[in-house]
Design a protein. Structure first.
Length: 216
């Protein structure tokens, strides 16, 4: 039905996905360095113990010179899938999509379809936030207990790629402490949502994953 579509319209299909226990910083050229390329997905309890925080990072290895020109894509939706009854099917979704200089959020709400195809129910709009420009102070917004952010951030993923390659090559037996942060100085584009736990189904265990889905 039309009232379940953004002005963008049409359904969306999976472009890239990542679960909590993985990180993805090197890809084939066709999926590297764009708004559909998820690098990391984090889920953790907020500083307020009544809240959960979900953070989705895209477009890895942005240099400081490249970060200012990096943008979210209006044809790519970020979707956080939440399974709260342990059947590995999303019971709730939180969706984010860019329009002009803002990021718009929907949910958490029960989706009309599950799996690879998604629709946006505009009646489930939960808030929006101005996208923070590179080098500017973080802009956040709060609506009905939820808090939102979208914009460039320093890549939080720590990995010593040189030592890892040495271990694979047999010249080292383990990682050093401290190691060398291969991704130091590089940035990602982040979408962050803080949500009251009461909105997530009233359960102590959640299975979560993040996907990006392209307009077709």
């Amino acid at each position: 039905m039309k009232n379940k579509k953004m002005v963008l319209g049409l359904s969306l299909i999976v472009a890239s996905g990542l679960i909590l226990v993985a990180a993805d910083h090197i890809d084939a050229p066709a999926v590297t360095g764009n708004a559909a390329d998820i690098t990391d997905f984090y889920a953790f309890q907020g500083s307020d113990a009544n809240n959960m925080v979900f953070a989705v990072n895209t477009q890895r290895l942005l240099s400081p010179n490249a970060t200012g020109a990096a943008t979210f894509n209006e044809n790519v939706m970020v979707e956080i899938n939440i399974d709260n009854n342990n059947d590995n099917v999303e019971d709730l979704v939180i969706q984010a999509i860019k329009r002009d200089k803002k990021m718009y959020f929907f949910g958490p709400y029960k989706p009309s379809t599950t799996g690879k195809t998604s629709m946006i129910d505009t009646k489930a709009a939960s808030g929006d936030v101005d996208i923070t420009a590179y080098g500017s102070s973080a802009i956040t917004s709060t609506f009905s207990g939820m808090k939102f952010f979208a914009g460039p951030r320093d890549d939080p993923f720590f990995f010593d790629l040189g030592q890892f390659q040495a271990i694979l090559g047999g010249t080292e037996t383990g990682f050093k402490n401290p190691g060398t942060d291969t991704f130091a100085g590089s940035n990602v584009l982040s979408i962050v949502v803080e949500v009251p736990k009461r909105m997530l189904g009233g359960t102590s265990t959640l299975n979560v994953k993040a996907e990006t889905k392209k307009k077709q």
